[in-house]
Each structure stands twice: as C-alpha cells, then as structure tokens.
Design a protein around this ligand. Structure first.
Ligand SMILES: Nc1nc2c(c(CN[C@H]3C=C[C@H](O)[C@@H]3O)cn2[C@@H]2O[C@H](COP(=O)(O)O)[C@@H](O)[C@H]2O)c(=O)[nH]1
Length: 325
C-alpha cells in the first residue's frame, strides 16, 4: 500500500480542484485528541458471520459488488450486505464458485430482493463470474484459501487480489502457441493522473479490513501489517472530509457536486477527490500520533468518517459511474 500512499500524496501536491487543508486537519485532530471515536465493525448489524470460511466467502462476494449504489436513490450498501446475508442463510451453497459463475442479472436482483435492475447490473454480474472463475482456477474455489495464502499480510492479500482478479486467460490456437487475454479490471483500482499512475485499491483493501473487523484481528482476520491499509476512497468519505473543512473544493467542482452532476471516471476531479481523501486521512493519523501520542489506524478513522457520512442525509457526494467504489 506504499504505492497508494505515495501516489495519492503526489496527487495532493499537484492537484488543481481539491486541496487538503492542513489547518482543517489540525482543527479536527485537536477536537479528537481526548477521545478518538471508535466505531464497531458491523455497527449496523447487517453482515453474515459464522466465524468460519463461509464468512470469508461472503465478504469477498460482498466486496466484489461493493460499488456505485447511488444511481438508485433507494439503494445503499446496507441492502447489498443484508441481501447477501439473507441469501446465504437461506442457501449455504449460494456462493459456491459454480453458482457464482452462472448468476444472471435477474437472479442477482432476486437474491437481493430488489424489484428493478441494480445500478451497473451487467458489471456486477460480470465481476461475480470473474470471481467464481478465478477462485475455482487458483484457490480451490475458496476465498479462505486466498486469505490463507497471504501469510497474515494485508499488503500481500491486496497484491494477490490485484494479480488474480481479473482473470488472465490463456487462449490456445493451432497457429500460435497462446494468446493471453484479460477481461475487465476487477480489483485493479488504479488510474492515470497528469502522466502518473495512481493506486487506490479501494475494494481490495476494504476486503482486508472487513476480515480484520469481522474476525476481530484473529484467524482469517489476523494481519501483521494492518496499519498499512489506507482509507477506502469511496464517494461518502470525501464529502465528510469536505464538511469537516479538511478538503476544499474549487468553486466549479463544488457547484458540480452541489448540482448532482456526474463526474467522469478517471477525470482529474474524480482522481483528486479520491486521492486527496487518502492523503488527508494519512495526515490526520500522523498528526494524532506525533502531536498527541494517539495510535489509530487509517481504517479506524475511515470507518468513523464513513459512519458519520451515512448518518447525514444532507451529505452531497460526488457522482461517478465506477466499478471501483
Ligand atoms: N470509505 C468507506 N466506504 C465504504 C465503507 C462501506 C461499508 N463498510 C462496512 C464494513 C464494516 C462496517 O460496519 C461497514 O458496514 C461501504 N463503503 C462505500 O460507501 C459507498 C456506499 O454508500 P451508501 O450509498 O451511503 O450506502 C460505496 O462507495 C461503498 O463502497 C466503509 O467502511 N468505508
């Protein structure tokens, strides 16, 4: 995740539309110094948990689909988490890899008990198929095997996920030996910005954090380097950071968000919103540690900020059609 930290710091230093306001960070951390808000993982009580490998399978399916809810004003993350939980409680084979590879849009809708097409439904279906295919090919069909092969390192887990999803398929021809083809981008959440490659890895990192939270840092959730995980660059936390005065937007960006106009995936504005959020949370964490001697993880700050955002009905967030968040 050093690539995430370094590339997001580069964006913050070269940004045109979003500024990280260090005096805002000082104010927020000063207010937090005596008691850093702790938010329990699953504070909503919506996730499946049985303390075993099926929970790992559930979390991986969840995070494969954990993006872009806003196009349907009635849908949010809770529907996905609780819908998948209900599906698994009804049928414990629902996330077996052969099933994952066959789901259709209408079946996924039915599983989530959603009356109309899901936002980016085709992408969700494609990513589920990809997940099933690669789990079958490389991990004996089990997400727990993927986690076991990371040797208690969250960094390694994120690397493995970026390496394996999307699937690289070797296509054999009679005339040439083989041709290697990749489909989609899966968990490879990175982009180009002003000629630099920027890494964010939101869904892969959130999977590691979900394991850590669900298993309380034990068993499948034990990572020796959990502090390497950065915040998860989504569309809620940037809005919260802006409300707190930690991020400042240019007037044109502020008005685009206020008017709820869409922002293109990969545009300077979009990359800056995400990368400056990562950088700002890193600075908050550093300041809490250096100035006030408080040890806190970026993922803990993230969960607090995210829970604030989801409880704020007036929060205006940026709107980007994206499979990454
Ligand atoms: N930064 C950050 N972003 C997060 C989460 C989570 C859920 N984490 C769970 C893990 C344990 C907890 O108990 C949480 O339940 C979802 N998201 C993102 O939010 C957006 C959806 O928002 P809305 O449309 O309002 O539901 C979408 O981009 C989604 O990917 C998080 O923790 N941090």
């Amino acid at each position: 995740m050093e690539d995430v930290r370094a590339s997001c710091a580069w964006v913050a230093a070269n940004s045109s539309h979003v500024t990280v306001d260090y005096s805002g960070i000082e104010k927020v951390t000063e207010a937090m110094k005596d008691s850093i808000p702790k938010v329990e993982w699953d504070f909503e009580g919506i996730h499946y948990f049985d303390n075993g490998p099926l929970t790992v399978q559930y979390l991986l399916v969840l995070d494969a689909l954990n993006f872009c809810f806003w196009p349907d004003k009635d849908m949010d993350y809770d529907h996905l988490a609780s819908g998948l939980k209900a599906a698994l409680e009804e049928d414990k084979f629902a996330f077996d890899v052969d099933r994952l590879q066959k789901y259709t849009g209408p079946q996924l809708r039915k599983m989530l008990n959603w009356p109309r097409p899901l936002p980016l439904e085709d992408e969700r279906v494609r990513l589920l198929h990809e997940l099933g295919q690669e789990l079958e090919r490389s991990f004996e069909g089990r997400a727990s095997k993927l986690v076991e092969s990371c040797g208690k390192s969250a960094v390694k887990l994120v690397q493995l996920m970026a390496q394996h999803f999307p699937v690289t398929v070797m296509i054999f021809h009679l005339t040439i030996l083989y041709d290697s083809r990749e489909f989609g981008e899966g968990f490879r959440d990175h982009t180009m910005y002003k000629g630099h490659q920027i890494f964010l890895y939101k869904r892969a990192q959130i999977f590691a954090a979900d394991l850590w939270g669900a298993f309380k840092g034990q068993g499948y959730g034990e990572f020796n380097d959990v502090g390497s995980i950065t915040m998860f660059a989504d569309y809620i936390v940037p809005g919260v950071l802006q409300q707190l005065g930690v991020l400042k937007y240019s007037s044109s960006l502020a008005s685009t968000i206020e008017k709820q106009c869409e922002i293109c995936s990969g545009s300077e504005e979009e990359v800056e919103l995400r990368a400056c959020s990562v950088h700002a949370v890193e600075k908050m964490r550093e300041l809490l540690n250096k100035t006030y001697g408080k040890q806190v993880l970026s993922l803990e700050l993230d969960l607090w900020l995210w829970s604030v955002g989801t409880r704020c009905p007036t929060l205006r967030h940026h709107r980007t059609l994206s499979i990454y968040y």
